[in-house]
Design a binder for this molecule. Sequence first.
Ligand code: NAP
Ligand code: SF4
Length: 674
Amino acid sequence: MTDYPHMLSPLDLGFTTLKNRVLMGSMHTNLEERGDWNAVAEFYATRARGGVGLMVTGGMAPNREGGVFPGAEGLYTDADIANHRIVTDRVHDAGGKICMQILHAGRYAYGPECVAPSPIKSPISPFPPKELDEDGIEKQIADIVTAAVRSREAGYDGVEVMGSEGYFLNQFLVTHTNKRTDRWGGSYENRMRLPLEVVRRVRAAVGPDYIVIYRLSMIDLVPDGSTFDEVVQLAQAVEAAGATILNTGIGWHEARVPTIATSVPRAGFAWVTRKLMGKVGIPVITSNRINTPDVAEQVLAEGCADMVSMARPFLADPDFVAKAEAGRADLIAPCIACNQACLDHTFSGKVSSCLVNPKAAFETSLVVEKAATAKSVAVVGAGPAGLSAAITAAERGHKVVLFDKADQIGGQLNMAKVVPGKEEFHGLVDWFAAMLAERGVELRLGAAAGVDDLTGFDEVIVATGVNPRDPEIAGQDHPSVVGYVDVLRGGAEVGKRVAVIGAGGIGFDVSEYLVTGDSPTLDVAAWRREWGVADPAEARAGLAPEGPQPDPAARQVVMFQRKAEKPGKRLGKTTGWIHRAALKMKGVEMRAGVNYERIDDAGLHVSYGEARERPEVVAVDTVVLCAGQVSERSLADALEAAGVSCHVIGGADVAAELDAKRAIDQGVRLAAGL
Ligand code: NAP
Ligand code: SF4
């Protein structure tokens, strides 16, 4: 008997059956643009072997003007079919099923050729779109249909028509972007015409025995978006036009509400999809922030959907379904929804991978194989770098001993997990613990390892991490001054008026910790209030008329940095705005370009600019130092002095701009080659 009877039950689509209720949602890896179709095929085949019921590819453009960026991959000509055939053959050999997503970006296309229903520039693109005329619209439909036909010739099991997230089809649906007065604009019947024509003509062209998924925006989260009655009307019309499955889209890309970040509650939008259940006859898929089998099972058991879509969780662990089936959900590497190695990479033109699993999208180049000779390996430091090195070395058959002076594993991850909105880090530490046990790594916790403990090992890996940087501010020994470690680990007492010195990742985390009471991430209703997400049946597009209503800040916080640039500028590309907005909503002030003059009973004394102008005393009860970090190298230096060779990784190697992504990547890559 499985713990996941709903998630693991098959889904009969009439002409074909999916082996379970799990869809791997569309993700753009950037591998296609590099032309390495073997890597693309292996990426999907690895996930097919892991047991997922159905996969959807990253978005494929139907024509040049519809590509997300110039040069975006697509099925532009018959010649492209052969490349896709490599993928579909490999997936089918692995026992999987795969649909190709057709993505026309409309005004979101990042190039001068972009087209849209009306010539209104999007706030997230510098390119004003060209308004399509009747012939232009017919061409777009014809190109989408041709792409669908080519997908069938390429051996796919179906297509997903991307109709949500504010892309081309979505742009026709709402007056926010469609100001037309012809038969493609005006009334809702007219605005629906394009998506419905697309589905109808795609179905006619591909025949009855081909999966057609329509991704429908259930809650636009932008002004003048769809009402819920319109969403239901569209869903029913899309079904009548021939769709096999309805997938859920949440929020346009330009929405100012987070929809997939780690601070969004788990399954935080399943309630939206549930509102459509019973209103259509075809299966409905829900999505967003579903990242464990327990959450997936609960969403299905509660009747929120017929199937769940998870995308990033399949970067973190391609064997998600197989491990759930085997009753080993504890071994599933969790997606912590950080976006650091996936979406942040996608939008920087890099290959998307995963912070937790650096092998993702590198299946052909980062291969962890059994070592020819088993060695004894000592790893010192049970933070992300050391943990990753230890479990990877053990996977290769080495005998691994992991030391840490703390009495628990996790290192800096244990600080992240107490920050409101970063609760996913609990799961990451738990996963590392499960993997250490599974791989038979010997743990020696609670005592610092010295040179004597480490002689006799074939390999020594030093992952001793970092220490807080001393900012050398006059008066920093004043009793009002504490370090971030004292706050996040030690529960140091912090007053009601606080100055945070340093506005890097940790300064932001500490500020969030200090202003937030109960974490809204653990309470969907509170989170919706915080960001102004209403029931779309009561407020158009799900935007609460009263706007965001955050709880009052628990403290008054002012953040400082010496650089004159905008604080938070270097936070994650796709998540930095969320951290900045969250703190702004709590009234956190941010000051850049400061000099720290001194700290005394009156508070923090600062001045501004090179000329030390505008001297100011900021009256605070507590000053928290978050001034960056320096490498902890004492063990590495002692080993070197004793003539014991070692590998130094993570923060002990380079402290600047250290994050868990770099630490884990370095740990895995080192151990893969030992
Ligand atoms: P960081 O991002 O490098 O920030 C250090 C902060 O300290 C900066 O604001 C810096 O600004 C200030 N600083 C540096 N030297 C100073 C000095 N001598 N005196 C006073 N202030 C000084 O480091 P972090 O905040 O410790 O974070 C460590 C790493 O973890 C970073 O790479 C960070 O991205 C990562 N992290 C990421 C997240 C996330 O949300 N993605 C969260 C936590 C941590 P000025 O030099 O301009 O004053
Ligand atoms: Fe999830 Fe972060 Fe990995 Fe992306 S990088 S898949 S968000 S854990």
